[in-house]
Ligand binder design. Sequence first.
Ligand code: SF4
Length: 165
Amino acid sequence: MNYYKYIPIDVVNGPGTRCTLFVCGCEHHCKGCYNQATWPFDAGFPFGEDQEDRIISDLNDTRIHRRGLSLSGGEPLHPRNVPALLHLVRRIRTECSPVKDIWLWSGFVLDELNAEQRQLIDLVDVMIDGKFVLELKDPKLDWRGSSNQVIHEFDRSNAWWKKQG
Ligand code: SF4
């Protein structure tokens, strides 16, 4: 997987102060996409263990409280990106304390995800789903670009990573 941009202190993409990772690769090609530079899978930079370590270190930094991580793109749930993000998110769930919330934006809708994509969604707290539809664009919406997109807030109160430590 390649990533396009990493923002270590972000107050725009999700609630509170966060880390945000924009991944590369998207085949939805929504008309009016705000981030077309992320469409090629070979744009940006390779994402590896060094980038994982940096994100986890930032999330655990006690000098600046980050509420969590935002995953955007590009398409985080493209099958070519899911394995790398699964690895990252599993590490966050075991190595970050206190527990961080993870938000994910996708052009796929929740009901159409395959088993591997669902493995990743099972580890996040919030998914904003659906393609961007220019005709339904509404700048007044929180966290969404167009009104077809849905914010799914999952109840993770019994999640295994909340019972650790
Ligand atoms: S899913 Fe997102 S990144 Fe992909 S084309 Fe649509 S708006 Fe752009």
